[in-house]
Design a protein around this ligand. Structure first.
Ligand code: ADP
Ligand code: MG
Length: 344
């Protein structure tokens, strides 16, 4: 199977399709998109996943297709944008028909669920499977949620659950001590969070006009919250550990060391939940929004004027936050080849 046969078979669903947003899809030198309605802006984001760094090389390709798009849709969600279209750049060591079929199935299932049309891409041979997706979405002009709008006194909220993806990764890598044998059911649930994240697209759009700032949690809660605080003029935060610890799903059925719970929930990464801030008085509106969208929303703390993050435990004692730095691909430049986010 050659390059063009691979594209035609797995990624071009119908030749030169036209749709609500697209005049021309896969198959020509460029895709053609209709201009958005006036008063609408494009929201555009790219994420790259590399085998051995972001995913295990032998991961189920259908789940990988889902995740590759999910992490991009999560960025649109964090901005409150409506997905419209995406492109897919794919490098593979060989054209494996079964792998491509399953990958495309996972990707298209999620794309269709969000009305996000695959309009083009590039396919090439490469040393390890590498996937780069660019998503495009619409958002009313000036209404996008940004990292920069948090204010002193705002409540800090997180959607869904935190830390289970990081827990699953540690168990799969065998880098976790002190966990009793994890029952298969608990590991499967945590693994689903790692391999099949749910982008909070509907929630993100519903938060427009309510949230003062937002970010998606991809590199660990404290690191990503740190981006909000820095972008909002160098603010700080006070975080209640009873709230964050309760967000680890596996904790419901397993006794885990507190230090491990804190590491997974505060610095874990791969959660793809939304962390956002909103005026304290909006708490009832946000609770109603959680009920309406079916996504649990938890207030975990408050924005403060004093820079830095203060972690407070159930006794009111402060816990050192510096141990929970988020993942940085280039953090250790002297030893970059051993800096691994995910799967090696
Ligand atoms: P060009 O050489 O002009 O860049 P290509 O031969 O790379 O074009 O691609 C042919 C068509 O297939 C283009 O419309 C391109 O956008 C599309 N395409 C290539 N790879 C993919 C892919 N992995 N997924 C979706 N569309 C793709
Ligand atoms: Mg090309």
């Amino acid at each position: 199977m050659g390059e063009f046969e691979l594209i035609r078979r797995y990624f071009q669903r119908s030749a030169h399709t036209a749709s609500a947003h697209t005049a021309l899809g896969v198959g020509d030198d460029c895709a053609l998109l209709h201009a958005p309605a006036s008063g609408t802006q494009w929201a555009i984001s790219t994420d790259m996943l590399i085998a051995g760094r972001h995913f295990f090389p032998d991961v189920c390709p259908q789940k990988l297709g889902h995740k590759a798009l999910a992490v991009n849709l999560s960025d649109l969600a964090a901005c409150g944008a409506q997905p419209v279209a995406c492109t897919l750049a794919l490098a593979l060591p060989q054209a494996d028909a079964a792998w491509c079929e399953a990958f495309a199935r996972g990707l298209f299932a999620l794309a269709d669920a969000h009305g996000c049309e695959l309009i083009g891409g590039d396919t090439t041979r490469g040393p390890v499977p590498t996937i780069s997706i660019t998503v495009m979405g619409h958002v009313a002009a000036g209404a996008a949620l940004l990292r920069s709008g948090a204010r002193v006194g705002d409540a800090i909220w997180v959607s869904g659950t935190l830390g289970d993806a990081a827990l699953a990764l540690r168990v799969l890598q065998g880098t976790v001590d002190g966990i009793p044998d994890m029952p298969a059911q608990v590991l499967d649930a945590a693994r689903a969070r790692l391999e099949c994240p749910t982008p909070r697209v509907v929630l993100g759009q519903a938060l427009r006009g309510i949230a003062s700032s937002a970010i998606d949690v991809s590199d660990g809660l404290l690191g990503d919250l740190g981006h909000i605080l820095a972008a909002s003029g160098g603010l700080g935060a006070r975080i209640e550990l009873v709230r964050t610890r309760a967000l680890l799903q596996a904790r419901q059925s397993l006794h885990l060391p507190t230090a491990l719970i804190d590491h997974c929930t505060l610095a874990g990464g791969d959660d793809y939940e939304l962390c956002f801030t909103a005026a304290a008085a909006d708490a009832p509106r946000i609770a109603a929004l959680g009920a309406a969208t079916g996504v649990p929303l938890t207030c975990i703390g408050q924005v403060c004027a004093q820079p830095g993050v203060v972690l407070v435990d159930e006794n009111g004692a402060c816990v050192n936050a510096s141990a929970f730095a988020s993942f940085d691909h280039f953090a250790d430049t002297k030893n970059a080849s051993t800096s691994v986010k995910n799967a090696q």
